[in-house]
Design a protein around this ligand. Structure first.
Ligand code: PEP
Ligand code: MN
Length: 346
């Protein structure tokens, strides 16, 4: 850590900073130039992060040398992390193709959609049983009944499943039925929830909050990792912006940006990022070209009857065309897309 003092500090101010650092158990190194004075601090910087050194009189700036996240960082683990869920590898060149409806609406329709995405080449099945809706009057999800349907479909089609958990109280229930836990954009900084999902042995799909920076996202991942669960998959799903012709603004640079700082896989969700089926395939291809470890796409066989996010649902046919494109792209880029080897679609 480097402490930059204000111009012309008094000898008392310099002395006070040096003493304060020593009192905290660190070794200060004073460097007095012609116009500026800086103090290097040697020791485990993270232990100092909670200390308000900036508040000491005469201090202008405190510059950390290390990233505020540790377990999520590239320094901690230089090689990319690869997680396996029911035989499907995600990360390090293995792409996840996660697809399904926004919400699980009933057994028959869910199985129909699941079979369609499986046939198109998706390798993880998604569907929400607990839905975070802006309006309390909107469809809130089928709860445990929905989770049962998700498990039936996953087992029948030999697909791993992912579903959203909104509250720590849902942990045992969701873990009993799903293979992967999704923490949604609205809960990215629900720290109690992050700590709870950090105590289980299932991968966590952590979506970027709609006004969160990449650093915020990595700090949230750190919460999960710090509890012992090292399986976190990040997800770029667009951030709020001034643009009003798309639902959010997809931040493609977040993908190589996060990968440069972290070993964790990062996938892209062009469905929530754009809110528009006409834009989803292009943005999914762009994300994979930018290095994404997979995509997350909402698909529905009858969008006009969907109970949640119908306007952004992709039909199975364009979804299948997209997966074909992704396969070709993956080949060019030296990546792979694992196929589900369970029971064939019925
Ligand atoms: C979802 O995946 O259906 C969802 C609610 O996503 P997000 O949290 O990104 O809005
Ligand atoms: Mn949705």
């Amino acid at each position: 850590m480097i402490i930059v003092l204000k111009p012309q500090p008094t000898p008392e101010q310099i002395q006070h900073v040096l003493e304060r650092i020593e009192d905290l158990g660190f070794t200060p190194h004073l460097s007095q130039g012609v116009s500026r004075t800086i103090i290097g601090v040697i020791g485990d910087e993270r232990k100092l992060q909670a200390t308000p050194l900036q508040a000491i009189a005469g201090v202008e700036q405190v510059i950390p040398v290390l990233k505020p996240f540790k377990l999520a960082s590239r320094e901690f683990r230089p090689e990319p992390s690869v997680f396996e869920v029911k035989g499907i590898r995600i990360g390090g060149g293995h792409l996840a193709v996660i697809a399904g409806p926004c919400a699980i609406e009933g057994e028959e329709i869910f199985l129909e959609i699941a079979e369609a995405v499986r046939a198109a080449g998706a390798n993880v099945l998604r569907g929400g049983a607990f839905k975070p809706r802006t309006s309390p009057y909107s469809f809130q999800g089928l709860g445990e009944d929905g989770l049962k349907i998700l498990k039936t479909a996953g087992d029948r089609l030999g697909m791993p499943t992912v579903t959203e958990i909104m509250d720590p109280r849902q942990l045992d229930l969701v873990c009993a039925y799903a293979d992967m836990l999704q923490v949604g954009a609205r809960n990215m900084q629900n720290f109690d929830l992050l700590k709870e999902v950090g105590r289980v042995d299932k991968p966590v799909l952590l979506k970027r909050g709609m006004s969160a920076t990449v650093k915020d996202l990595l700090m949230s991942a750190e919460y999960v990792l710090s509890q012992g669960n090292h399986k976190v998959i990040l997800c770029e799903r667009g951030v709020r912006s001034f643009e009003d012709s798309t639902r959010n603004m997809m931040d493609l640079s977040a993908i190589p940006n996060a990968q440069g700082q972290s070993h964790l896989p990062i996938i892209a969700d062009p469905s929530h990022a754009t809110g528009r089926p006409d834009l989803i395939p292009a943005m999914a291809r762009a994300a994979v070209a930018a290095g994404a470890d997979g995509v997350h796409v909402e698909v529905h066989t009858c969008p006009e009857q969907a109970l949640s996010d119908g306007p952004q649902a992709l039909l199975p046919e364009p979804f299948a065309a997209l997966v074909d494109d992704l396969r070709r792209l993956a080949e060019v880029l030296g990546r792979t897309i694992d196929a589900c080897d369970g029971v064939a679609a019925v």
